[in-house]
Design a protein around this ligand. Structure first.
Ligand SMILES: NC(=O)c1ccc[n+]([C@@H]2O[C@H](COP(=O)([O-])OP(=O)(O)OC[C@H]3O[C@@H](n4cnc5c(N)ncnc54)[C@H](OP(=O)(O)O)[C@@H]3O)[C@@H](O)[C@H]2O)c1
Length: 249
């Protein structure tokens, strides 16, 4: 049986790494393509996960979501090797606290919105060749205008650009769903939860949540991705999912 191929951007740390590990531990039928901007970090992450005794298989590929050429080359390599892609997890993302508004908005929107849209465009032809394809965009509850846009919404350095980027990413997903659902593609915006990662900084304190509170193990994010791929959330396709239900836009 051909493996279920899953490409995860930003798979060398945090949510992406944990998702690669959860999926590769779940079934021998998963092949996870760890798509990272540093191949060295990708290889190190791959070896670490393999050392835990996984059932599935892993490979690495260079992909910088801000570099269209690297995206196209990665899509070509995946096409040559597998001919199809079952699952795309658009996970890579950043925050930015630059005091200059234009600088931080441009940086965050380029990585968190334009990048995933380009990645989705490049890999969609391969997804559309798969029997039951999934396109998952790792968003954030902070992208919910209903939850983060009110007077009690978050107020941290760079929140303006980050929240805006995730609201826009949700629309990238919604447009994909509108156009490609009739072709069998199931698209999701997914909040991974508040989990340990490098997103807030690389110090132990920042990784664990810092001023925001105590972050959870990112395996919960991986388990949510797994439940989507297993079809358990099919009724929620086109929506903004989180582990306990749906977030409002
Ligand atoms: N952690 C949370 O609590 C939380 C909550 C809500 C949403 N999220 C979302 O979850 C996703 C993953 O973030 P994380 O929390 O796991 O943070 P993380 O540990 O910093 O992981 C982010 C990943 O994205 C990669 N990346 C950044 N820019 C890239 C680029 N231009 N091209 C390719 N890869 C790039 C990073 O690579 P490098 O290692 O090379 O920098 C890293 O692998 C993000 O979309 C984030 O917004 C996280």
């Amino acid at each position: 049986m051909a493996p279920t191929t899953v490409l995860i951007t930003g798979a060398n740390s945090g949510v992406g790494y944990a998702t690669a590990k959860v999926l590769a531990s779940a079934s021998e039928n998963f092949h996870i393509i760890m798509a990272c901007r540093s191949l060295e970090n990708a290889e190190n992450a791959k070896s670490e996960i393999e050392a835990t005794g996984i059932k599935g298989t892993l490979s690495t590929i260079h992909l910088d979501v801000t570099d269209q050429k690297s995206i196209e080359q990665a899509a070509e390599l995946v096409s040559d090797k597998f001919g199809t892609l079952d699952v795309l997890v658009n996970n890579a993302g950043i925050g930015n606290r630059d005091p200059d508004l234009k600088t931080r908005f441009q940086a965050v929107l380029e990585t968190n919105v334009v990048g995933p849209a380009m990645v989705a465009e490049a890999f969609r032809p391969l997804l559309l060749k798969a029997e039951k394809p999934y396109s998952i965009y790792i968003s954030s509850g902070l992208g919910s205008i209903a939850m983060a846009g009110g007077a009690s919404g978050p107020d941290f350095p760079g929140a303006d650009a980050y929240c805006t980027s995730k609201a826009a990413l949700n629309m990238v997903m919604a447009r994909e769903w509108a156009v490609y659902k009739s072709k069998g593609l199931k698209s999701f915006a997914m909040c991974p939860g508040f989990v340990i990662s490098n997103l807030r900084g690389k110090s132990e304190e920042a990784r664990n949540g810092g001023a925001f509170g105590k972050a959870e193990d990112p395996k919960v994010s991986g388990e949510l991705v797994l439940s989507i791929i297993e079809g358990k959330r099919d009724a929620d396709a086109g929506l903004f999912v989180q582990k306990d239900g749906i977030y409002p836009w």
